[in-house]
Design a protein around this ligand. Sequence first.
Ligand code: ADP
Ligand code: MG
Length: 568
Amino acid sequence: AGQKQTHGFQAEVKQLLQLMIHSLYSNKEIFLRELVSNASDAADKLRFLALSDGSLYGDDGDLRVRISLDEKARTLTVSDNGIGMTQEEVISHLGTIAKSGTKEFFSQLSGDQNKDSKLIGQFGVGFYSAFIVADKVTVRTRKAGSAANEAIEWESAGEGDYTITPVTKETRGTDIVLHLREGEDEFLGRWKVESIVTKYSDHISIPVELWQEEQPERDGEDGEKIAAVPGHWQAANKATALWTRDKSDISDEEYQEFYKHISHDWSEPLSWSHNKVEGNNNYTSLLYVPKKAPFDMWNRDAQHGLKLYVQRVFIMDDAEQFMPSYLRFIKGLLDSSDLPLNVSREILQDTKVTQALRKGCTSRALKMLEKLSKDAEQYQAFWNEFGQVLKEGPAEDMANKEQVAALLRFASTHNDDSTQNVALADYISRMKEDQDEIYYIVGDSYTAAKHSPHLEVLRKKGLEVLLLSDRIDEWLVQHLTEFDGKKLRSVAKGGLDLSKLDDEETKKAQEETEKAFADVLDRFKTALGDQVKDVKVSHRLTESPACVVTDEFDMSTQMIKLMESVGQ
Ligand code: ADP
Ligand code: MG
């Protein structure tokens, strides 16, 4: 055998381990879900590679997961005959966290365990959850296609470091041996383990097997002999890919567990949509809206997209071609019967099938959100997490602009509250009789928008104004200029004409004021010179003496600030 080497965990792994062990203590059994989930992923990856190199299967083509319990040694072992790992892969996958932005994320942790436990939920639980119940974990793994004596053993007590040793392993794939902590003996019970597998892993598409002891010959009720059954491996799960099953046969719990398997999220999804499409294109999609935004939602390099299957064979993770960027928070999978099995990311870029699938999935996702929006409380929870991303929609997706716009929510003078919960349709339903535009103002903050002098006259006339203050809002209103036939109109720009909404008397009074102030205006213009384009008498203000207004087609003061902040 070769040399044993000791390696230190990446600092973030140490932090993750600490937090995880403390925050998941009351829900320990999920370690089994995570290990089975990884084993199933490993089978998926092998099946994919074997599409182009069948020899990878060797003489062992029946992919499965096996869980063995050893009461004497106090170990629980999860074994798969999937893809396995090379030494480099072991070091990078079981010693570091390979997601971009991880370092930044971890540097934000406060050290307050309570708060941090909540934050950490944005991370997948994953392999390291083994240490919730084990004080030592041994991993033996042999990559598909490599020789028995090229296997690797990884071992760690989940503290600062782990060891790597070259070993011999007769079979392909990975064994994960958990040396259970004192007091965790319940995970040595066959019945207990079987019930956990059924609970969490029924949807896994390969068998998850437990050893069934030999049953000796015995007497039946009517005196007949029942033959002995030799010991054998027996599947504890249904072992059919969840999305291929009938909707009516799938429970909410199964959908939720499946979500955790594919999303690596700790919490339940907010909603889901499962669809089989037949016709010009044949595919099944299963889409989920998560409850919480992932830590890297704003990271440009972060992976997102759907899991892609072709005829039930896993092809790739994070296929971003099927969802527009403003729906990047949607998780799920797509199983197509029309794409070739050897499809690559490059081929996906420009096939007609991709276009059609993207269109279909986008529309399903929007419908799912529309349905969610019928429940005000749930939708608010969704909006608070993902609203800012959805606001990228009108600029990105011309075809679905109106549908996306209907899903947007804003703060408004109607509620006088910073909660973004007013839909454009709500606004329209409250419009005054002669009002034909939707008024909004963009400010640096909700408070700034709310106290803008531009609002004074609208408040006086009882006109509702949307109060926009997210960074993205200026961008949004440049692309969303109309909804349901009504123009969106900034109350801070020129061209705001409220005269239609005035009565005759007011109009007359305004004309007189303008005449009376003509001289004063001239003096202002001379004094301000080139610093302004024009000086006008305003009927918009009721309390403030003056305010700065930009031309209808000029950049708003907000946009100017934004450009300055990025160095323009
Ligand atoms: P995730 O599953 O979200 O990627 P995990 O912490 O569960 O994160 O696993 C980390 C990585 O370790 C996996 O992405 C995979 O590359 C590798 N891995 C874990 N378990 C196995 C296994 N049984 N077979 C092959 N690779 C594995
Ligand atoms: Mg995993």
